[in-house]
Design a protein around this ligand. Structure first.
Ligand SMILES: O=C(O)CCC(=O)C(=O)O
Ligand SMILES: [Fe+2]
Length: 264
């Protein structure tokens, strides 16, 4: 066992989640392939989640809060359609965010993010050759804060996968809802009829159960999803671990300005 493996073993619940074992990796991969989502409960040890929560609370005062109106495709307004068309209909997202440079250097979260074993596990499960950090100082590890009433509106992700770790579940609300295969981005099928139904609350989405310490791998490019408003005084706190399939990628300047309120 090298030092890094030792370090990871002190953070991760390796008994329940033997991420080095090929059998475990293939099991996780088949669940993700089948369901489009994989929830690994108690992925981190209780003490690690506790320390990450304390750090996140300490840094909360630095969070950049933004309210965005966006369409579900996260694309700019399209003049070929009216305002009322699902292509342009807007929903609201509101949250606070701290950036990679605001996550302590010695955080368990960073040890996890940087770990070769963890990346190897993610590559196997996501079927990627390699995963790289963002080539900017803001975008790799983010922590999201949703205070009472804050929510993420319906959207499709731009990236083919997302990795999150729930740090603090709110008293109520803050539920992750989704519907799989709700568009076909490869075929440019935007499924406007169903999207309109959904925005008008005429579709029944599925709910994902996640607990503090749950690691979630989610394929959100064609699965529409949202996070319902936080209810109660306990803030929903979640970490997003963002990787790229190629090296040297930066988050676009417009996205950095929108979500972080700064470029570096
Ligand atoms: O907060 C979550 O659980 C999901 C976040 C999400 O969908 C996103 O950042 O695109
Ligand atoms: Fe998303």
């Amino acid at each position: 066992m090298n030092n890094n493996t030792n370090k990871l073993a002190s953070i991760l619940n390796t008994k329940s989640h033997p991420i080095d074992a090929s059998k475990y990796r293939s099991k996780c991969k088949s669940i993700l392939d089948r369901d489009g989502v994989l929830v690994l409960k108690n992925f981190l040890l209780k003490e690690s989640i506790q320390s990450i929560l304390e750090e996140a609370k300490q840094q909360e005062r630095l969070a950049y809060y933004c309210v965005n109106e966006h369409n579900v495709y996260l694309d700019p307004y399209d003049n070929n359609y009216p305002n009322s068309h699902p292509r342009n209909r807007t929903v609201v997202s509101s949250k606070g965010c701290i950036t990679d440079d605001q996550v302590p250097k010695d955080s368990a979260l960073r040890a996890l993010y940087d770990s070769e074993e963890f990346r190897g596990f993610l590559c196997s499960v996501l079927d990627e050759k390699a995963l790289y950090k963002y080539d900017d100082n803001l975008s790799s590890i983010n922590i999201h804060y949703a205070n009472e009433g804050q929510e993420l509106g319906w959207h499709f992700d731009n990236s083919s996968f997302a990795i999150t770790l729930l740090i603090q579940k709110p008293e109520a609300g803050g539920e992750f809802e989704y519907i799989r295969d709700f568009r076909n981005s490869k075929n440019n099928d935007n499924n406007y009829d169903q999207v309109l139904h959904l925005i008008n609350e005429q579709c029944q989405p599925k709910k994902l159960t996640m607990e503090n310490g749950s690691l979630v791998l989610f394929r959100g490019k064609d699965a529409i999803h949202r996070v319902t408003p936080t209810i109660g005084g306990r803030t929903r706190i979640l970490s997003v671990l963002a990787y790229n399939a190629s090296a040297g990628v930066q988050l676009s300047e417009s996205a950095r300005m929108t979500f972080f309120g700064k470029l570096n």
